[in-house]
Every structure is written in C-alpha cells, then in structure tokens.
Design a protein around this ligand. Structure first.
Ligand code: EPU
Length: 435
C-alpha cells in the first residue's frame, strides 16, 4: 500500500544524530566485489532500498549475499559468476546498477548491461563510460537497449574525460584493474566516493594511485593477485549535509555524529555565510545550531570539491526562508529543479530562468500536500515541511527511501513530529484524513 510522510512543522531540533554509510560509495563497492572469486565483507552498509536493488542485481549475476541490517554488514561471495546480463528492470530502477559493466567486463571479459536512459533529473548519458571502455580495447556495441562489452585482453591507456563524471571514472577504474599496463584517467572525478572505491580495490590487491585528484593512475595487476577483503565504507556526506540543512531551516542545536566534516567544507562554508553556527567537534562530528534569521547567498553546483549538486535542492529549501534574494545555479543536471513547484505550493517565492533559480526569502512556509519528484527533491520537501507552519503530507516517498535510512526514527529522536502512514489513516483526534 502506498505510504506518505506526514510532518507537523515548526519544531526546533535538538539532540544527536548518527549518519549512515554512503549510498553512492557502497553501491560501487558491491559492484567491485564481483571482481574476485572470493568473499568481500563490507561494513557500515546503510539500510536503503538502493542497497536491496544492488543485492538483486549482483544476485542475478551469481553472487551470493548475506546482508544483516542489524550489524549493517554485507558479505558478498562472488566465487561463481553464472550470468553476465544486468536487466533493464534493475538499471531503470537504479542507475548505479550500470557500474557492474566495468566490473563484469574485467572479471569475465564480457558484460551486457541495460542502458539507463534519462531520469527525473536529466538526460544522464553514459557516452564517457562507453568511450573509456573502448579505449581500453573493449568491443562495445549497443543492441536492443543494452550495452554489450567484450574484451578479454584490455590494455591500459590514457583516457581524457570531457567532464569529471563520477560514474565513468568508477566504471573505467573497475575495467582497468586487470588491464595490461597503466591506465591514466585525466580530468577524473575527485569525489570522496571515488577515493573509497580506490581504497577498497587497493585493499583487494589492485594498484591505484591518485584517487581524489584529477589524475587517477591504475597499474594493471594479474587476476590471481586480487582477493576478498573486509572493509568499512565512508559516511554519507549528503545525508549529513541534509541534516545540517534541517537544523538551518528549523533552528535548534544538533550534534551530527559519524560523519566526515572534511567532505562537506563547501556546504559548511555556505551555511556559515547565511548565519548558521557550526563547530567541528572532532574529525567525525560537528555541532550545528541556528538562532537568528538567515541571510541570502548565491550557490553554484560543481563537481567535488565544489558545492554538491545533491545538496542543491536541500539548500534551496533553507534559502526560501532567508532574508534577501539568493541565486542558485545548477550546472551539472539540466532538470534538477523539480522541487521548485512543490516549494511554491508551500509559499516559497522562487523564479526559474533556465539553469538559474531566484529565491526570494519569505517569512514562513505553510504545510500542504506535496510530492517528492526525486531523492534530493524529496529531502527538500522534508526540510521545508519541518520548518513550515502546520501539516505537510509528502507523497512519492519511495524516492526518499533510496537515500535516507531510518528517517522518521532519526528525526523523531531530534524532536520532530513526523510519521509514515498508509494512504488512508486516522492521524489524530479520531480525525479521518484521506491522504
Ligand atoms: N555525463 C555525460 N556522459 C557520461 C557521464 C555523465 O554527459 O558518460 C553527464 C551527466 O549527464 C551529468 C554529469 O555528466 O550531467 C555528471 O554525471 P556523473 O557521471 O558525474 O554522475 P553519476 O555518476 O551518474 C553520481 C551520483 C549522483 C550525483 C552525481 C554527481 C551515484 C549513484 N550517483 O551520478 O547522485 O548527483 O554523481 O555528483 O553515485 C543522488 O545521490 O541523488 C545522485 C543523483
């Protein structure tokens, strides 16, 4: 049955919240586990629907998994690979499934993975992935909506990415671990999730240097030299940043634990600039509070270390309540302003001109029915609803479940009034609300 999230807003947030493992790192580690005829154990795995989808994807390829939500640990035994096809039903649901392409090509010399197509936030092409694999010597064709890559003897080479694509950097890195010779990815993505994948692969026996810089060097190793490992993934910087935005919008004082403040320096600086108080307590925690009215600022999304596109919708929700006019420029995706019409329904004053949004701060937002059009637009709805006067009912919450584990539990502990309900439920005072 369809579920919705119901929030009674205007509650300040107080207490401590602990951040889960990084969705966009762990999904790639799970794909990387396919590289070895062995078992990998990954810790700090978040309880998210995307993790379940990746379990299904690698399961159809033959990997055996044992996932404990309690210990947040997954064991992946990829000793036997029985298939090399990743079906459209998975890839259309979650684009990260496309990352099995590089790993399967490396391991089996052959992979067939559905083309993802566009999605709610933009066209999201995979041409850099394909070009990179071809440069390594793979024979890549597209047939019936699938990318078919073949190549048993890949050879290292220099690959220049037109833009520092996260997914292309990862797929090429996975394909190149067993290639003959040296692969250099120039203009590589520098996100923390890239470093996590390179670290994971290196512990498995790969030889990768330069992760986190624009030049990633992969020295090919022999297949027999890589093996299963035990590894703990990094904390989710976007989940942490989203909680920072919740406090910025609602007020209160919260300690955010099990995060890496060094992964969020741009977000932290912007929040400081608009009047939020932030103190890094130790390398894994910060304290954030807001007492005064916020002021407007300008934001331009950029690849890491710039302001993350995944934080654009969450910070927009905050800036709807800041004094003055903020200009937000989305430079990575052509359609990532889907939260704007929903925020307007809550009373926000936002004008969109192409890739720019002019946000004129208002005194308050008011609750109403809204929907999450994608994961981060969904986070923006949560932030706006927590700060708004009255009740907000958020639909399409399966998007939010892809990236925010135990959301109601974590927010309730901070003092928010948030519930997940079936579409028709008695909410309070015997009042039947048809949601
Ligand atoms: N692009 C191309 N051709 C390619 C690859 C990318 O034109 O071959 C373009 C894309 O269309 C996009 C831009 O390059 O406009 C950046 O795409 P990138 O490849 O860097 O993104 P991604 O790997 O598809 C990951 C995250 C996204 C996050 C981006 C940017 C995962 C599973 N997804 O996507 O996360 O926005 O990097 O940081 O890692 C999210 O978590 O909500 C999310 C969308």
């Amino acid at each position: 049955m369809e579920q919705k999230i119901v929030i009674e807003g205007e509650k300040e947030l107080f207490g401590e919240v602990s951040i889960g493992g990084a969705k966009n790192a762990v999904l790639k580690l799970m794909a990387a586990a396919l590289l070895v005829e062995d078992t990998c154990t990954i810790h700090n795995v978040p309880d998210l629907s995307d993790v379940e989808t990746m379990i299904d994807v690698i399961g159809t390829l033959g990997a055996k998994t044992d996932y404990s939500k309690k210990t947040q640990t997954i064991e992946i035994d990829a000793t036997n690979i029985t298939d090399f096809v990743a079906d459209y039903k998975y890839v259309s649901k979650m684009r990260a499934s496309f990352n099995v392409l590089g790993a399967m090509l490396s391991r089996c010399g052959e992979a067939k993975v559905a083309l993802p197509g566009g999605c709610a936030i933009g066209e999201r092409r995979v041409d850099f992935h394909i070009k990179g694999l071809q440069q390594l010597g793979a024979d890549v064709t597209i047939e019936n909506g699938y990318v078919i890559a073949k190549g048993k003897n890949l050879v290292g080479c220099d690959i220049f990415l037109d833009i520092p694509s996260v997914g292309a950097t990862e797929n090429i890195m996975l394909a190149a671990v067993y290639a003959n010779g040296v692969t250099r990815i120039r203009n590589a993505a520098q996100e923390p999730e890239i470093i996590d994948l390179a670290n994971f692969l290196n512990v498995m026996g790969a030889d990768i240097v330069g992760a986190g810089t624009s030049e990633l060097i992969i020295n090919g190793v022999s297949k027999g030299s890589m093996h299963g490992v035990e590894y703990s993934t990094i904390p989710d910087r976007i989940e942490a940043g989203s909680y920072m935005c919740m406090v910025a919008a609602c007020g209160g004082e919260v300690i955010i634990q099990n995060m890496l403040p060094s992964h969020l320096t741009f977000v932290t600086n912007k929040l400081l600039e608009i009047g939020v108080n932030i103190r890094v307590i130790n390398p894994y925690a910060l304290k954030i509070s807001k007492k005064n009215k916020l002021v407007a600022t300008d934001i331009i999304t950029q690849p890491f270390p710039g302001f993350p596109t995944d934080m654009q919708a969450p910070i927009m929700a905050v800036l709807t309540l800041a004094d003055g006019v903020s200009i937000i420029t989305e430079s990575l995706y052509e359609n990532r302003f889907m939260q704007i019409p929903e925020l307007r329904r809550m009373g926000a004053n936002i004008q969109q001109e192409g890739l720019h949004a002019l946000v004129k701060g208002v005194d308050y937002l008011t609750g109403t029915d809204v929907k999450a059009s994608d994961l981060r637009a969904g986070a923006a709805m949560i932030i706006a609803a927590l700060a708004a006067k009255g009740r907000t009912i958020i639909g399409n919450i399966h998007h939010i479940d892809r990236g925010y584990e135990k959301l109601e539990e974590k927010l309730t502990a901070l003092g928010a009034n948030i519930k997940r309900v079936a579409t028709e439920t008695i909410l309070s005072d015997n009042q039947k609300v048809n949601l």
